[in-house]
Ligand binder design. Structure first.
Ligand code: F6R
Length: 634
């Protein structure tokens, strides 16, 4: 979950590495560091805290050179201080190394290395790699790395420099992402594409158990048994503007605003005439026709999109569908066979648990389809088939545009299956597509109404909540009418039914991850089975109540909350008179759309509400504490 970068070329390496780390900071931001090789030897600069601290430091005291490494850390072993920040070195400081991943057998290796006289400076697992390479170095860095990585257990992408081989970077990969960027007489290694996009879009994807050496002359890839491997470079169609804020205050806000165009693009490229095309889907129609069960497996926001997918697939294609979080699925021996389709959903395509679930499913003989955003990521390569969401780079840690892109792909996939399995006629499918094509326009309209950080009505609501919240916290323990001491429930409850139950979960997740306010999502029908105990005048309940066949049931839930003094924010279809009669406190209107498509529209105010609350609270929206964008460790 850290970000690594290495560069060799004619540019000022410090600039390239800092630019790369800026793009990789979403992967972790506990500390940052660089190592630059020049005539003075290896110069290392590292600082705890966000990259800006290191940036400022390098501005004051620049380090010059044309070859170097950089790292942005999400701490696993050892607190986020300077000692534990990468790059790490061997005893003599001849070797310098950056690492993303976890070395599971590091303690055993460390004990052995210590006995053999190596002195450690940090508490990290990473440092053992530098010392191992030191032991195995006999004048050839590539060979020393090759021998050393064979001793490692766990996950790693590493990049290494040796003082005596000043024109070379050696990198290796096992389970953590690694790419090589190819420029004009310059080469890069990095954890992810955005890190190098400013300079090149020509990329080689490095696989597990491969070692790559870059020098000014080119790229050489070998496997762990020293066999050369031929690799093909691909040109990625992302461009650097997609990885910039483009005038928005935060990436999250920018990415929220990208959603209408993004969904339009998905529809334009996937739907030709009234036929749905998944050109990169490598699983044959004959197989898709035969499947008798679908498992959708994912984490976090992607899991919520998957829950929505269950409703869509069962309703449209009528295939029994189960949904599981990857971390549970992988360890519980699920009943998966050769007629099961496992759909793994992942923005990054690198989430460790989801990747493990994919492998487990393949072992059991199932076909695996990846719904993935990042081109060439591990999941996209290991799955039997893939459907790219083509959402462009998502930089904010809180996922927004990847979520609605996943919803769009799952909806289209449900229709595709429905057609294939003759559960819906082409005429009906054309009707559903026509309705889906309305979504981008409606989202655009909502963004005009709610998405402007200067005048949004949601910002006003967030401000009220902020004021109430702090008022409650000031006299932390209140006394109730009988004089008993009570802690206030300054939290949010999100309630929805059917396709908007996953929306409720996603709304709660968005809020808690960026504002740190406790928030729970529930199917509204479950309220009476527990959460109703929370209701008093304190928590705000967000009720997702668009026009639907379950509208009346939601109204009853709202009445139950109101009669207990709760504060209700209703997300309702414009012109809904009934909701106005039940006395909710605030109404957020959404445009009218067919009920199964309401999650596309509901997502917008939920994302914006979370955004504005976090903004009111002054939180670091794009980089919330303790989180990282790409969870490549268990
Ligand atoms: C929430 C969020 C996370 C991710 C989860 C899965 O805003 O971003 O919950 O959705 O870590 O990540 P991917 O989709 O990359 O597998």
């Amino acid at each position: 979950m850290c970000g690594i970068i290495g560069y060799i070329g004619d540019r000022d390496v410090s600039e390239v590495v800092i630019e790369g780390l800026t793009r990789l900071e979403y992967r972790g931001y506990d500390s940052a560091g660089v190592a630059i090789l020049n005539d003075n030897g290896i110069d290392i600069r590292k600082r705890p805290g966000k990259l800006n601290i290191l940036k400022a430091d390098l501005k004051k005291n620049p380090i010059k050179g044309h070859i170097g490494l950089g790292h942005t850390r999400w701490a696993t072993h050892g607190i986020p201080n300077e000692q534990n920040a990468h790059p790490h070195t061997d005893c003599k400081k001849n070797i310098v190394l950056v690492h993303n991943g976890i070395i599971e057998n590091y303690q055993m290796l460390k004990d052995g290395l210590t006995k053999r006289g190596h002195a450690f400076r940090s508490q990290t697992d990473t440092e053992v790699i530098a010392h191992l390479i030191e032991e195995n170095y006999k004048g050839n860095l590539e060979e020393a790395v090759r021998i050393s990585v064979k001793e490692l257990k766990g996950a790693y992408a590493i990049a290494v420099l040796h003082k005596d081989e000043p024109d070379k970077i050696v990198a290796a990969r096992c389970e953590s992402p690694l790419i090589v960027g190819i420029g004009q007489s310059e080469y890069f290694v990095a954890s992810d594409i955005p890190a190098i996009l400013k300079y090149t879009n020509k990329v080689i994807f490095i696989n597990n158990y491969e070692i790559v050496s870059i020098d000014k002359k080119g790229v050489r890839v070998i496997d762990y048994s020293n066999q050369p491997i031929k690799k093909k470079a691909v040109c990625v169609d992302w461009d650097i503007t997609q990885a910039e804020k483009g005038g928005y205050d935060h990436f999250m806000l920018k990415e929220i605003h990208e959603q209408p165009d993004l969904i339009s693009n998905i529809l334009n490229t996937r739907v030709r005439g009234n036929r749905i095309h998944f050109d990169e889907l490598r699983i044959k129609d004959t197989i898709l026709k035969k499947i008798d069960k679908i498992f959708i497996v994912a984490c976090g926001t992607a899991y919520h999109a998957g829950l929505n997918g269950k409703y869509m697939i069962e309703w449209l294609a009528q295939v029994p569908t189960l949904v599981d979080t990857s971390s549970e699925f992988r360890y519980r021996n699920p009943i998966v066979g050769k007629n099961t389709l496992v759909v793994v959903i992942s923005q990054s395509g690198e989430t460790a648990d989801t990747l493990a679930a994919l492998r487990e499913s393949k072992k059991k003989g199932a076909k695996v389809l990846g719904v993935v955003n990042v081109l060439g990521s591990s999941i996209s390569r290991e799955a039997d088939g893939v459907i790219y969401t083509h959402a462009g780079p998502e930089i904010a840690v809180a996922s927004t545009k990847a979520y609605t892109a996943q919803l769009a792909i799952l909806y289209l996939f449900s229709l595709y299956l429905a057609g294939l399995r003759e559960k819906r006629t082409p005429y009906k499918i054309a009707g559903y597509l026509k309705e889906l094509k309305k979504a981008p326009g409606h989202i655009k309209k909502m963004l005009e109404q709610y998405g402007d950080a200067k005048k949004s009505d949601l910002k006003h609501k967030a401000r009220i909540f902020n004021r109430e919240y702090h008022k409650r916290l000031k006299d932390y323990y209140q006394r109730d009418s009988e004089g008993r001491k009570r802690a206030p429930n300054c939290c949010f409850l999100f309630l929805g039914r059917n396709v908007n139950y996953p929306s409720a979960l996603e709304g709660a997740l968005k809020l808690k991850e960026i504002s740190y306010i406790s928030a729970e999502g529930y199917p509204a029908g479950e309220m009476k089975h527990g959460p109703i105990a929370l209701i008093d005048e304190n928590p705000w309940t967000i009720c997702i109540v668009p026009e639907s066949s379950l509208h009346e049931k939601m109204i009853s839930n709202i009445m139950e909350i109101k009669s207990r003094g709760g504060i209700v924010v209703a997300i309702a279809t414009e012109g809904d008179e009934e909701i106005r009669k039940v006395g909710v406190d605030y109404i957020i209107d959404i445009p009218r759309i067919e009920q199964t498509l309401t999650p596309f529209l509901v997502a917008i105010p939920l994302q914006l509400l979370a955004y504005f609350v976090a903004r009111e609270f002054g939180e670091d929206i794009d980089q919330p504490r303790n989180l990282a964008k790409s969870v490549t460790v268990e």
